[in-house]
Design a protein around this ligand. Structure first.
Ligand code: FAD
Length: 515
């Protein structure tokens, strides 16, 4: 007999088989020795009460054999399949490729950046020397912005596709099966590169092709239909289906589309700063303790406040994380965050941003580059204020709210270095004022949050794409170019790894219908 039930346990018991059997036996009112296994289906931390608990949905095997699941996936050989050209090897492009293979189509990926291993050297140059390679950085290269990201895998876009299927694919390529049960699944920057490498091997073994260091500079279009792409080398590649999954930072791709009279539109996004606290402060507030015990993971938060009719919210929170320099061009500063799988760094960071609507930014709303130019201007101001070499402008939290330059800055995780600057010099007043209102309000919701021990680092500006590439809702093709599938975060159809992967799958299915 197999029974499903909900149980709670203390931290430390969540992976202890004997303890779980005893708790399940008591919940079902049966002798523990009759239980052969307890399979966890869902697991979350409940820190609402004084005592922190794990809540779990479990399957209890009573006098029944339990065969743990295996997650291997089998892909057909598509060496001789019809080709689908995929531009960009981020989560959208990689999952589009896997889906093409499942449909018997041959994915041919064109990626401007390098393989994960070689990419590492360029990241070291960014962190140690403040030098950005515009073709290989935290956003460009194998795995896209997803490879050296935090690898948090929760998403709100459950209606767009099968989240579990994407998670299972990650597990089949080396991620821990914990991501299938945790309420807030996380992989970690240290583990993502191996998983991306395994996905590459799957694609190549099935007969797909991947071209690295290969940038698309033009789309080839004839009579309203895509016929292929042109590369930076001048070479042309033929295709009647092109999935364009180039991410939110490929500004040259938006320029290429505009130059070729292919419709793009300005899009709202969000902008602000990355805020870092000592992790201990967040743990004390969330777990109601002086010191987090070894059986609990570093805690997270999720904060939101409406100020003057506009949302101010925390975004991409990284417990035990590092603030990363994520610019893609020289002379700009962009920050984001990541954490290793163990989340064992002493700091907690999150983007804290204000929604930016089209009417907030001066200029003609018909100008597709209006929002992108605004984003770029702020990133360049941040670079100049930092003084170069990716040193980021920063300010202590209370100093920012009370309008004082910080005399000094707290120790922090941003490797290229920080410089004390009044952030109001970089951010527009309507963002500064909303942040100034929201931060003390966050402090009322979370004890200890509003403190001068916290640092604000500028600027968190690549929260989503500032440009949208339109597409038909049914066919997912660009309204002007048959066979062109705008895809993923850069086109405006995803925000994060899982939703980008799902959009890649959906675009591959749509491309399959015309191939
Ligand atoms: C530091 C950091 C941490 C993050 N943490 C998380 C997280 O924890 N959870 C989460 O869900 N999301 C996170 N994100 C966001 C997530 O990585 C993105 O949402 C996701 O990668 C978007 O996927 P995509 O495939 O649409 O685009 P991208 O990942 O941006 O991939 C686009 C690819 O296209 C390539 N490309 C661009 N132009 C061209 C061209 N002309 N020719 C050929 N190739 C081109 C690029 O090199 C790139 O590899 C993080 C991002 C960063 C930078």
């Amino acid at each position: 007999m197999i029974k499903e039930t909900e149980i709670t346990c203390l931290p430390g018991q969540q992976e202890d088989e004997a303890a779980l059997k005893a708790i399940a036996a008591s919940a079902l009112n049966i002798p523990p020795q009759t239980i052969t296994a307890v399979q966890v289906l869902k697991r979350s931390i409940d820190a609402r009460g004084r005592r922190v608990l794990y809540r779990m949905q479990v399957k209890v095997f009573v006098e029944e054999a339990y065969h743990p699941e295996t997650y291997t996936q089998h892909y057909p050989n598509v060496r001789n399949g019809k080709p689908v050209l995929i531009v960009g090897a981020g989560p959208a492009g990689l999952f589009a490729s896997l889906q093409c293979i499942e449909l018997g189509l041959k994915p041919v990926i064109v990626e401007r950046g390098k393989e994960v291993k070689q990419r590492r050297r360029d990241l070291a140059n960014i962190n140690k020397q403040g030098l950005v390679n515009p073709e290989s950085n935290y956003c460009f290269g194998e795995g896209g912005a997803g490879t050296y990201s935090d690898g948090k895998l929760y998403t709100r876009s459950t209606k767009r596709g099968d989240v579990t299927r994407v998670l299972r694919t990650f597990v089949a390529h080396g991620a821990s099966a914990d991501i299938l049960v945790d309420a807030r699944p996380h992989i970690g920057t240290n583990k993502l590169p191996q998983i991306i490498t395994a996905i590459r091997e799957t694609i190549l073994n099935a007969g797909g092709e991947i071209l690295f260091d290969t940038r698309v500079t033009d789309l080839l279009v004839g009579f309203g239909k895509i016929t292929g792409v042109q590369l930076a080398s001048g070479e042309k590649m033929q295709a009647n289906a092109v999935i364009l999954a180039t991410g939110h930072s490929a500004r040259d791709v938006f320029e290429m589309l505009h130059r070729q009279n292919i419709l793009i539109e300005a899009k709202p996004f969000a902008l602000g700063v990355r805020i870092e606290h000592p992790q201990e402060i967040i743990d004390r507030a969330q777990y109601h303790c002086d010191l987090r015990g070894p059986d609990l993971p570093p805690s997270y938060y999720n904060l939101v406040e409406q100020v003057d009719g506009r949302g101010v919210f925390s975004f991409c929170m990284c417990p035990g994380g590092i603030i990363a320099p994520c610019a893609t061009e020289a002379n700009e500063i962009v920050v984001n965050g990541w954490s290793p799988s163990k989340r064992n760094n002493p700091f907690a960071n999150s983007g804290t941003v204000v929604q930016v609507n089209l009417e907030d930014v001066a200029g003609d709303s018909a100008d597709p580059f209006k929002m992108l130019n605004f984003q770029r201007r702020i990133e360049q101001l941040a670079f100049t204020a930092g003084g170069g070499k990716l040193v980021a402008p920063a300010q202590r939290m209370v100093d920012f709210v009370e309008g004082r330059l910080s005399i000094d800055l707290p120790e922090n995780s941003y490797l290229p270095g920080t410089r004390s600057v009044e952030l109001k010099e970089i951010l527009p007043d309507w963002i500064t004022n909303r942040l100034r209102h929201a931060l003390p309000a966050f402090g009322k919701k979370m004890k200890g949050y509003y403190t001068n021990e916290a640092i604000l680092v500028g600027v968190e500006s690549r929260t989503s794409s500032p440009v949208k590439i339109p597409r038909d809702k049914e066919t997912l093709q660009h309204p002007q170019v048959q066979g062109l599938f705008p895809c993923g975060e850069g086109a405006g159809y995803a925000g994060g790894i899982i939703s980008a992967a799902i959009d890649g799958i959906n675009c591959a299915i749509a491309a399959g219908k015309i191939s």
